[in-house]
Design a protein around this ligand. Sequence first.
Ligand SMILES: C[S@@+](CC[C@H](N)C(=O)[O-])C[C@H]1O[C@@H](n2cnc3c(N)ncnc32)[C@H](O)[C@@H]1O
Length: 344
Amino acid sequence: MKKLMPTYFPEQNYHKLPYLAVRWEAVKTALQLGIFDHLLEPKNASDLAALIEGDPKNTEYLLNALTALGYLHKKDGCFCNSEQTERFLTSRGETGLAEHLLTCDQWNEPVLNGQMLNLIREGAPATRDMVSEQVWADSARKSINSIRCGRAQKIARLLSTFPDFDRWQKVLDLGAGPGLIGIAVAAAHVSLQCHLFDRPTVVNVAQDMIEEYGMEDRVKTISGDYSVDPLGEGYDAIIASYTLNFYNEAKKLALIMEKCFAALNSGGCLIIFSGGLSAEKTQPADLIVSWLSSSLMGQEFSFEENVLPQAMLSAGFASVRTKALNDQLIAPYGMAEFHVARKL
Ligand SMILES: C[S@@+](CC[C@H](N)C(=O)[O-])C[C@H]1O[C@@H](n2cnc3c(N)ncnc32)[C@H](O)[C@@H]1O
């Protein structure tokens, strides 16, 4: 033997990396073709292929792969959804995530299929329009199921453990999107009134949710742009969940903090949920990966460490408490932070 073979072996399985994209592509294809909707009743590959106008042989390869990945069961050549797939990957009902997952995929589109290479070489293109009301209204509607798959309920449960929760009478959900967090918080309390604030087209979505859950007597919408319009007043708590990320410039953030401070009663609190980026901006990995497409496209939505607590204190809040949240229902894209600032 002329030389010895290496004696260092990888600790990670690097060979799996190129196939991670194939796993998502298999699920994505199934979502696009409505395969999980078709498999509400068991079917063999050729019957399913006829329904989706697919090639029978390749349809069977895809179904076998989805079974291998745990999304389907196969018995005697017939495929059906697993219990979790039935609940969460069909397009039906209150918990189907198909539309939401395909929307998230669209956000990643600019960095896929080799385009990341160009973005690294050439830098970010002219920015995408992140402020179009229609974009927000569409994304609010498509996020309904993802938020009521546990996130709204978990946030409401978290807030209901606050010592003064029972005394809250009026709460603002700022940048409420479809409003399910505010609705869940109101539902966890016997009497509090909640105002859902968002842009005009988005509050239409929130209004639909108020009606769906029959909360018209205690939950109202306010439409406007919170960077310029009044927020109302006399709140015991203001919840801002993943909305101030779009105002991470110091000046704009300071202005919104001051407005929140003024809108709160004495003893009230401002509660912000945000991604908790580490000082070196290298953790948490899932969060960084989920924002990478936007970052490379020239839109930075993360807060650097301590920016939010500092802005809260500068606006006049007496104290700020920050906690990390690892619950994957509240923080599906990697550890989140929640900051609670109290006004004396
Ligand atoms: C990522 S969504 C978060 C929705 C919800 N709070 C949640 O946690 O699921 C951000 C929301 O903030 C709203 N928003 C952003 N800027 C706003 C502004 N200047 N005025 C009113 N709403 C705004 C958007 O319309 C959108 O519905």
